[in-house]
Write a protein that binds this ligand. Sequence first.
Ligand code: PGA
Length: 256
Amino acid sequence: MKKKKRMFIAGNWKMNPQSLEAAKEVFRQIKKSAAKLKNTDVVICPPTLYLSELKKIAKDDFALGVQNIHWELSGSHTGEISARMAADVGAHYSIIGHSERRAMGESDEEVSKKIAAAFAEGLVGIVCVGERERDTEGQYLEFLKNQIEHSLAGVSKSQVKRLILAYEPVWAIGRKDNAALGGKELYETVLYIRKVLLGIYGKDIAFGIPVLYGGSATFQNVGDILSEGEVEGLLVGRQSLEPEGFAQLLRIANSL
Ligand code: PGA
């Protein structure tokens, strides 16, 4: 029998919900659903403002992350937070290079500096990559290769254990569930991504890097994505703000 893969599901709440009370309520429900899972790790990345309060509910048995960090430790960076601050209030993860931040001008070079900052403070980096559109000639694969190589430029072999790669095709984010990439197509892209990682780190290390999928993942499509796509988990946006649907998604992921 094929050994069950341990799944990793991260929720990216983005700039939601609109009050601390609502955040606590959604979080409590998710924590309850996650506690029943034997085979799946769940992480929530709320707006940073809510993190300390959610940490009180999470205690030590539920991991939290931030959605972004600055690469510097301190200084004149209005509106930013450092990896050290995030770790100090209880974050264990940071999303880095999400496409919504890249769309605001974040470059691969900045992503690479942020990864170094996260690792230096003991955070696990959930590093996002993904093409904006898919052309029929496969140029998007070249784009992906470039983005991965440049974003991971500063990550040495010994640091890879702190790295999770989230493949999020930008065109599939924030759409209906039938707009998500199908499991079979995902599988082909994930193979390609692993080839790129292999080129950087060699086989033994490359195959140990968890690769997640993100982009309109819901409880309706999670079965196809996870069983056909050969990924180690998901980065989930909207569905992670809907406790019932998210609980269903987690149950399915856990049962595969
Ligand atoms: P979505 O967002 O699940 O709402 O498409 C995913 C993401 O942007 O990480």
